[in-house]
Ligand binder design. Structure first.
Ligand SMILES: Nc1ncnc2c1ncn2[C@@H]1O[C@H](COP(=O)(O)OP(=O)(O)OP(=O)(O)O)[C@@H](O)[C@H]1O
Length: 294
């Protein structure tokens, strides 16, 4: 089966600064990829490349075999906040993507019964049917994020990108939305690419945990990581047994978090590029000669 997302030999530089360094990734339909890594390792940059908002300096990013040249309906995105229009009702916000594809974005009176029904069904999915006529400022942060998820999902994107979507929420709301997202993922068979700073969240939600880091060694230069771009230093398949948070209390879960902290976040623990912890069956690496040698 062709991968839904294929990233090969991707480098990204801003001026002199190398941000991503030879990223290889193959993602199949239905995977829930979570991405963690130290600040500045390039998580959001990688997300923007997948979205097609930016292009790699070299290498390729493909969605179902086609280059990701621009954002389009094959990817939906949910940000940490600010994705809702304050002057539109919740219902209108959820319908917005449909309205835009009809070229009616300029028309506040535009109504399409079928879209409205779809949006109401989507709001019911995120348990917000009662809030359809409210405006974003009348909702809590958690409710606003559920509207943002509904807004993205109504377009049925083959890939849902999420950039720290629960980062601004209080712990209880966050826990509630984590379980809710897992339920939606299971029910709608979503393919998700989820960036987070929270390792517990990453290990809980993902079927696959990617650790992106600038802390590694290779044979370019002197084993110092300073100035290096982020690489996928670990790729863990994760078992998904239930849509609940019970798993977080197991020893295996706690051990995984300790392992990820070491392999991705500890500058003293420099894995060699050849020894990256790439356990996922779809993981692969295209190493340059200088990176390959030991
Ligand atoms: N448009 C840009 N122009 C120049 N440098 C950029 C640009 N976007 C990102 N960078 C730099 O690239 C590096 C990676 O940024 P990015 O936001 O992708 O990292 P991140 O892993 O998401 O960080 P954080 O965890 O802090 O959100 C940073 O050093 C950042 O300053």
């Amino acid at each position: 089966m062709q991968p839904l997302l294929q990233i090969e030999d991707v480098y990204k530089q801003y001026g002199d600064k190398q941000v991503l360094d030879n990223i290889d990734l193959s993602v199949r339909k239905g995977e829930f990829c979570t991405v963690v890594g130290p600040s500045g390792c390039g998580k959001s940059t990688l997300l923007r490349l997948i979205l097609g908002q930016e292009q790699p300096t070299s290498g390729k990013v493909e969605i179902a075999g086609a280059p990701a040249l621009l954002p389009d309906l094959s990817r939906g995105i949910v940000y940490q906040r600010y994705s809702l229009f304050p002057n539109r009702t919740v219902l209108d916000n959820v319908m917005l993507g449909k309205t835009l594809t009809q070229g009616q974005w300029w028309n506040p009176w535009y109504r399409n019964k079928a879209h409205e029904e779809e949006a109401m069904a989507m709001l019911a999915q995120v348990r917000l049917a009662d809030a359809a006529r409210k405006y974003p400022h009348e909702l809590s942060g958690g409710m606003q994020q559920r509207v943002a998820i509904a807004q993205a999902l109504i377009m049925k994107p083959p890939i849902l990108l999420m950039d720290e979507p629960f980062g601004a929420l209080d712990p209880d709301t966050r826990a509630d939305l984590q379980v809710h997202l897992l339920e939606l993922w299971e029910k709608e068979q979503l393919t998700v690419f989820f960036v987070t700073h929270d390792m517990h969240e990453a290990c809980l939600l993902g079927t696959r945990l990617l650790v992106l880091s600038q802390y590694y060694s290779d044979d370019r230069g002197d084993r110092h990581f300073a100035g290096r771009g982020g690489k996928i230093v670990a790729d863990h398949p994760l078992p998904k047994v239930a849509t609940s948070r019970e798993v977080m209390h197991t020893d295996a879960f706690k051990e995984l978090i300790e392992q990820v902290k070491q392999e991705g976040f500890d500058p003293e623990y420099l894995q060699h590029v050849k020894d990256f912890n790439l356990k996922h069956p779809d993981s692969f690496q295209t190493l340059l000669d200088a990176e390959y040698r030991r």
